[in-house]
Design a protein around this ligand. Sequence first.
Ligand code: GLC
Length: 469
Amino acid sequence: MQKTLLLSFAFAASTFGAIADSTTVEINDFSHETAAEKADRMAWFDDARFGMFIHWGLYAQPAGVWKGKDYPGVGEWIQKHAEIPVAEYEPLQKTFNPQSYDPESWVKLAKAAGMKYIVITTKHHDGFALYDSKYTDWDMGGTPYKKDLLKPLADACRKHGLRICWYHSIMDWHHPHYGDKDIHPWMGNGTIDQPDMAIYCKFMKDQLHELLTEYGDISLLWFDGQWEGSWTHEMGKELYDYCRTLQPDIIINNRVDKGRSGAAGMTKEGTFRGDYGTPEQEIPETGFGEGAYWESCMTMNDTWGFKSKDHNWKSSETLIRNLIDIASKGGNFLLNVGPTADGIIPQPSVERLQDIAKWMDTNAESIHGTSANPFPEITWNGRCTRKETPTGTVLYLHLFEWPENRELTLPQFPNKIKSATLMHADTALDYELQSDSWQINLPTQQPDPIASVIRVNLEGDLKLEAPQP
Ligand code: GLC
């Protein structure tokens, strides 16, 4: 049974008039979910393996350059890097007019690449909302474009069978009540004597109320900017429970609370809220075992938000191998695009996604719905994923390199092999039991220099013992 807590607020609801807002919600306590209930809720995420991150906002206009000076670091942090006072940053709202925005083309690009969900910045650290909020004018309503950017993306996702998810920053450089001692003249809270986080928390809940009640089912919430002292464990716990009260099946990342440890991103021991770990710009050495959910988020160049001069693009090979690497460790890959102020996904990102799409055309089943490599060690340069099916285990062997002798020796297991297929051109391969392990005979040419996949169907569920004579 869920315990119901009644909310108390330092700030009276009447301040905002008689509209339904966060104060009318009785928050349920979600700390008693069983592992099986959680596994049910996480099932789609665990199958997805691949999603698109979209960092989009006013910062796409300066695109890394402010008053003629290039700022190093990520583009969406330009307000902080260039210490731009709120009053000087605000005019960016008056020129934000993404006329070329075509959300359906974004969704199609993501879908073709095999991405199953999209996470978009509803509000980043600069506090600007990508929709028209009742609770602030610092939003799309005040731009020349005027329209909500989120709704058409959510609609396009649903039309094409992708899940829509919201990124939402806890840290807010614009709101006068965000923060405590850490007041800088360039921040919104520099304009008042004493910021009050209770007021800010209510504002955040009000906006999340809009985002979670006016857009249909939202699959996941990606919080961020939780690391400053003004955000506490108590606040994280309450925010988590609040959001799940509004959408009980929603998945919420571990940046909602204070338990995330370093860039490695997994949650420390303790009673922290958050459903999964968020490694950033890195892939863990190994997975974390059954029931540990995680997602590595990564940029294609060196920025999340668009930067006109960042041309340091990762190759398609790197991105495809990253996806394979992450899947082989049981995680998800959340790959970022940073659209321009006009609403265009930069061409180098499009090209990389198209290359991934080409690889996925042949090999998607070796990624989606798979679980981690079951073997303590593999003998080839590459990775391995697996699927349990009613008729037995399927292994997917990803080869980054072709063995010179064209013989692929599998780790030891007693199961019989039913078939081995090179997924490229659906080619059946010969295999034989050699003393104590199976050997697959490969054709002369490696069909795909990035990663060629061999699907091996086993009789029964994989056992990790030596082969039987
Ligand atoms: C960091 C940055 C932020 C970015 C996020 C994505 O926490 O502050 O700009 O949105 O990483 O993981």
